[in-house]
Design a protein. Structure first.
Length: 231
């Protein structure tokens, strides 16, 4: 009588039946096709006068059915995951398209300088500040300007930069960044959140996700915190 599926029956590369040691049987990863092939092989080589225990055969068929269901379930889950991802991307693009031409405020510390004009920027102070300093850097990270704002109350504050360096020279068009440092009356640093304001010119998608082009700079869609109609 042939051995059970879980033990030692295998098949050679030439189609012949091979006997595997228990350790080899354990090490071999059995997939759906392997399982079915071994069941068929067992039926082919069993003694017709002394067939295998039908209970064991039924149990093996149940194992095969369970394996097939698990494989199908995994495939279905992968398909659902792909559908959800595709739907999320479609909804993101739709959100981005709806923002075209509108003025938005988002989380960022970037500034766009074009033709001597600088995009609007603001920052939120977590508490009352005794001293606020704003430093502006070029694309390479070089310091170009330092602005002193003195003491300020907690809350949202706008700030304007004329696009010039510390010597009064007009800087070239491009993207700049700013940092706001604020301290309270005890000299402790305050939490600061930076915002920008601008008009959405383009929406696009790449491997990073959904992005907006706002006054020449690229901003993730998820960074937008408020939207208003153009004035």
């Amino acid at each position: 009588m042939a051995a059970s599926v879980s033990s030692s029956i295998g098949q050679g590369s030439d189609g012949s039946v091979a006997v595997l040691s228990p350790s080899q049987a354990i090490q071999k990863d059995m997939g759906k096709e392997d399982f079915l092939r071994l069941l068929v092989t067992q039926l082919r080589y069993q003694d017709p006068l002394s067939p295998d225990d039908p209970k064991e055969f039924v149990a093996q068929l149940a194992q095969f059915s369970s394996l097939e269901q698990q494989i199908n379930a995994n495939q279905n889950l992968e398909s659902v995951g792909q559908s959800v991802s595709s739907l999320k991307e479609s909804l993101g693009m739709s959100r981005g398209v709806n923002l075209l031409g509108k003025t938005v405020k988002g989380l960022s510390n970037s500034l766009s300088l074009s033709g001597g004009r600088v995009t609007g920027a603001s920052y939120q102070l977590a508490g009352e500040a005794k001293d606020v300093t704003i430093t502006i850097f070029d694309r390479a990270g070089g310091l170009v300007r330092t602005l002193k704002s003195g003491s300020q109350a907690a809350g949202l504050h706008q700030f304007a930069w004329d696009g010039k360096d510390a010597h009064g020279n007009t800087l070239p068009d491009g993207t700049y960044t700013y940092q706001v440092a604020a301290t309270d009356s005890q000299g402790k640093s305050l939490e600061v959140t930076n915002y920008f304001t601008g008009r959405v010119q383009e929406v696009f998608q790449d491997q990073r996700g959904i992005w907006l082009k706002i006054d020449g700079r690229e901003v993730p869609l998820d960074n937008i915190v408020s939207v208003s109609q153009p004035s």
